[in-house]
Ligand binder design. Structure first.
Ligand code: CO
Length: 254
């Protein structure tokens, strides 16, 4: 496994990609409402991505048919947008989006509540987000990759949640998926030593129930095996000698 170190020029491009992706998420998140189909979300998302001069990186990736992964309630990730699937008040919806700007990728996910949601759902969303921040405390030069994994898992599991094991985060740069793989669950080994200039897509997927997931017939949509709710939070992060720089999140809100 070799983890690429980005040059100053590459980092500038990844910053630009990340800033755009943050805006895509902000704009799309604000447009969500009950009655909207998951296909409309994808169409609007693609339009926003292209309005910034970017390419949606998920479209046709390994045959994935859309620009935005839209995963509702018990769907964990990779939900396929459909005109038949309408959002309802009380749903939680995870939007996972990747953009390419001048050859450089950024990847980020957010889970939103539609209208009023249950307290359990709101807590799951907030704690999934926080698990990312617990993890990136260790995304610093000199720490080891699996310190990130272990911190995410310890935090999420303290609430009795299941940390998805069958899907992981990843390095990112000129490709959507680069080395290393970044598990969100507890690891026995310490993983690679982190260095300034590594760019990582860290993406905890957390189930309210057990961690087990299954793939649906479409071969994409991943759902919780026990039917429990699932949330997803992801950012593209630059490792530095000091605090990590969250490339797809410059503001404090998400
Ligand atoms: Co990703």
């Amino acid at each position: 496994m070799s983890v690429s170190i980005k040059s100053a020029r590459e980092i500038e491009l990844m910053r630009a990609a990340g800033k755009i992706l943050e805006k895509v998420h902000d704009n799309l998140g604000k447009a969500l409402r009950p009655g909207m189909s998951t296909l409309e979300i994808d169409r609007l998302g693609e339009e926003i991505i292209r309005s910034y001069g970017c390419i949606p990186s998920f479209k046709n990736y390994n045959g994935y048919p859309a620009s935005v992964c839209v995963s509702v309630n018990n769907e964990v990730v990779h939900g396929i947008p459909s005109k038949m699937h309408l959002l309802r008040e009380g749903d939680i919806v995870s939007l996972d989006i990747g953009v390419i700007y001048k050859g450089y990728h950024s990847d980020a996910a957010r889970t939103h509540g539609i209208g009023e949601i249950s307290e359990d759902a709101a807590l799951l969303i907030e704690r999934t987000r926080q698990s990312f921040f617990e993890g990136i405390k260790y995304a610093k030069e000199g720490h080891h990759l699996h310190e990130i994994s272990n911190a995410i898992a310890a935090y999420a599991e303290s609430f009795g949640y299941g940390v998805v094991r069958d899907l992981v985060g990843h390095g990112i740069g000129t490709h959507l998926h680069e080395d290393p793989q970044i598990p969100n669950f507890t690891q026995k080994s310490r993983g690679v030593r982190l260095k300034a200039g590594m760019t990582l897509a860290i993406e905890p997927m957390i189930n309210a129930g057990r961690y087990d997931v299954v793939w649906q017939e479409d071969n994409w949509t991943v759902v919780t095996q026990d039917g429990s709710l699932s949330a997803h939070y992801e950012n593209t992060v630059l490792v530095t000698a000091g605090e990590p720089e969250i490339l797809s999140l410059s503001s404090t809100e998400a």
